[in-house]
Design a binder for this molecule. Structure first.
Ligand code: MOS
Length: 725
């Protein structure tokens, strides 16, 4: 089904199941430990050996030799695979850094060997016996240094934009701001480590892994192994968090496949926690400069946002200026991004890549500017709202209610109680409130599904869509139930298997809207098949209460199915609506903090997010997405930072003891309000993404609240107490 004009009404609008608070249909499996994650398939009926990875101890250079003799002789060892044995392998489409193979070390903790043994302990013990000699090379590890030679990336990347005459307008503006901001490298730090289990049957490979994008992984694994992708079955039915760290094929999958081949048995490999942060990808650090010029009424006349980030050669930019192209009006504007060459691990997408670090800077700048103008920060944002793409005024937003989010949030949060910086005190705590706008693109990715009406009248949905903890199982069941006129309990959802139709996958907050739209399309086909089989008049058919109703007829779905059942399969494809209309999601974050007047310790006291993100398919799972994202924003604001050893070239704090993410005790009252909104341009579901929106802007709202509490303006994240006192 091609979606190329705004949707009028369709069966989803009945909202008998969709849009209702619905508990996770996979919740019981998860809470009772019966949801098997990649490392946990105990019930397959064959023995599984354990692979333990060995990772490079240098950041850049060559491997001269790997002595694996004593490892091979160690108790229980079945096989050793080294990067020198397998030689160079072709990379798939999505990875920059080498996952495995060859003698070149591109980054610290790159995988260089795998030991397979009968037990985990034997594999780990033998892995410690492997002796590697290297030829170390100098590398570039310091972003602040490397940006001096940063370059404009290749032409096809939209790294620079310019409209009007920024320099002139900025020079003429009555009130100006010119400030630098920085955000550190961050790690996804998903609860479930990267893990895979592989088994060969002749030349066919079965692999269970932890992947956000089944088809990307399967395709890239086939490329790496030099085999036909049809001979790989890749499965990720349950995933313990991804955040972008599991978008692209990872070393554990490659190692499990190679280890299983070498050991001639099933092999599972989990990346040990201390390897994850250097072996996988991370959100790249940024250095950003923002200039804003406004007239005395607060109207922005000139706005410029520049960002520098680093990556391995051929790596990509952190697109931190993206939201600045779309969020506020201003006739004279420019954005530019430059990429420095670094020899750190590969930088890549982490939850709301671009907007998350970009808003960390922009929304502090807006707060600073409002203060200079003597205008309330909410009013300043409202004054500069735009209903069209500021870089292309012929292109309206499909839906944009940033003002509604700000105004409603202000009222509910008690914004009017806010005082001057340093004015409010509660015992030892200086108390402050802050606000930030939230903005994230609504991306559209084709998505397929197969829906079957079983002979007993139940519905089965199959799609390779993943559920990374987001609630995909549940919203997909709701969609099929709404379309087929049954209850959620009547629907079986099967996800994360490459033998099912290719879906959008989980990424870029597009998963919910796109995958349910794919299920919608498949259900349209299935409804058609039912109508045809029953010879009904399509015009007056209703699917309700487990029946097909038409005129005086009310036929149970089980009768319609017949003994063999009926199948509908389709893929939603997207037309030009996202080109003619800018599709984005909006919100406002409000935060109250307390800062200890003696120690500078900062505590979050209250948070509120107001989101305008199209139809909310399930208020329970959507709320969970947003409060999880707000929690991530606390980490980004206050504690999360990968410390770079700029001499040796690696992230020093590479485990959860040193890389500090928020824990429950850090999380106070969190409220989420969804504006009642539908967006007929976004999909037949009229929904949009929301999972990343919840993060966008949070950290700046916290930094702004800290400023309001203390009068200390910190532009360098995380805002730790050493920067406050
Ligand atoms: Mo998201 S960073 O696209 O998983």
């Amino acid at each position: 089904m091609k979606f190329d004009r705004p949707e009028t009404t369709n069966p989803i609008d009945n909202l008998t199941v969709v849009g209702r608070p619905t508990r996770r249909i996979d919740g019981e499996l998860k809470t009772t430990g019966r949801a098997n994650y990649a490392y946990e398939h105990w019930d397959l009926g064959f023995d599984v050996a354990y692979g333990y990875p060995v990772a490079a101890g240098i950041a850049k250079g060559r491997i001269l030799s790997i002595d694996s003799e004593s490892a091979r002789q160690a108790p229980g060892v079945l096989a050793v695979v080294t990067t020198l044995d397998v030689g160079e392998h072709e990379k798939g489409d999505h990875n920059t850094a080498t996952l495995f193979g060859g003698d070149v070390v591109q980054h610290y903790h790159q995988a260089i060997a795998l030991v397979v043994a009968e037990t985990f302990e034997q594999a780990r013990a033998a892995a410690s016996l492997i002796d590697v000699s290297y030829e170390r090379e100098e590398g570039s590890f310091d972003l602040a240094e490397a940006i001096k030679t940063a370059e404009k990336p290749s032409e096809d990347e939209k790294s620079d934009t310019a409209f009007g005459d920024f320099d002139d307008a900025y020079a003429r503006a009555s009130v100006t701001l010119d400030a630098d901001y920085s955000t550190p490298d961050q790690s996804h730090a998903a609860m479930e480590p990267h893990a895979s289990m592989a088994v060969w049957d002749g030349d066919e490979l079965k692999i269970w892994t932890s992947s956000q994008m089944i088809d990307w992984w399967r395709t890239d694994l086939a490329t790496f192994l030099g085999m036909d992708k049809d001979k790989i079955r890749l499965m990720s039915p349950f995933i313990g968090g991804g955040f972008g760290g599991k978008l692209f094929l990872r070393a554990d999958a490659v190692l499990a496949a190679l280890g299983a081949k070498a050991a001639r048995c099933a092999v599972k490999v989990s990346l040990p926690r201390p390897l994850i942060m250097n072996n996988t990808t991370h959100r790249p650090a940024t250095i950003q400069r923002i200039r804003i010029g406004a007239d005395t009424d607060g109207k922005i006349e000139a706005i410029a946002h520049q960002s520098w980030s680093g990556n391995l050669p051929e790596g990509s930019l952190e697109t931190a200026v993206n939201q600045t192209r779309l969020l506020y009006a201003g006739e004279n504007r420019m954005t530019a991004m430059r990429l420095a060459s670094l020899d750190l691990p590969e930088g890549n997408a982490m939850r709301a890549p671009g907007e998350a670090p970009g808003l960390m800077a922009l929304e502090i700048a807006m707060d600073e500017m409002a203060e200079k103008l003597g205008i309330d920060p909410i009013d300043f944002r409202v004054i500069n709202d735009t209903q069209v793409d500021p870089e292309n005024p012929d292109r309206p937003f499909s839906k944009r209610d940033l003002i509604g989010c700000l105004r409603l949030g202000a009222e509910r949060f008690g914004w009017s109680d806010r005082g001057q910086p340093g004015a409010r005190r509660d015992g030892n705590w200086l108390v402050g409130t802050g606000v930030a706008a939230a903005y994230r693109d609504n991306l559209l990715v084709d998505s397929g599904a197969r829906v079957r009406l079983e002979s007993d009248g139940r519905i089965t949905v199959e799609t390779d869509m993943t559920d990374i903890g987001t609630g995909s199982y549940t919203i997909i069941a709701q969609t099929a139930a709404e379309m087929m006129g049954v209850t959620v309990e009547d629907v079986d959802v099967r996800l994360g298997d490459s033998s099912f139709p290719v879906s959008a996958g989980s990424g870029g907050q597009f998963g919910a809207n796109c995958s349910t739209a794919g299920v919608y399309a498949a259900c349209v086909e299935l409804r058609e098949a039912v109508i045809q089989k029953l010879g009904l008049n399509a015009q007056d058919v209703r699917f309700e209460g487990g029946q097909v109703r038409s005129g005086n007829h009310a036929i149970p779905l089980s009768d319609a199915a017949g003994p063999d059942g009926l199948v509908g399969e389709d893929t939603i494809e997207w037309g030009d609506l996202s080109k003619t209309h800018q599709q984005s999601t909006f919100g406002a974050h409000f935060v109250e903090v307390g800062v200890d007047v003696v120690t500078g310790e900062c505590r979050i006291r209250r948070m509120l997010a107001v989101c305008a993100a199209g139809r909310i398919l399930n208020p329970i799972t959507a709320r969970s997405q947003v409060i999880g994202a707000m929690t991530m924003g606390i980490g980004a604001a206050l504690s999360e930072e990968l410390f770079v050893d700029t001499k040796k070239g690696f992230f020093v704090n590479h485990d959860l003891a040193g890389y500090e993410v928020p824990v429950h005790a850090d999380i106070p009252s969190q409220e989420v309000i969804f504006l009642d909104e539908t967006d007929p341009m976004s999909s037949p579901m009229k929904a949009k993404g929301v999972g990343e929106l919840g993060l966008c802007g949070v950290s700046a709202a916290i930094a702004n609240a800290i400023y309001n509490a203390t009068g200390a303006r910190v532009r360098d994240y995380p805002v730790t107490l050493d920067k406050l006192i």
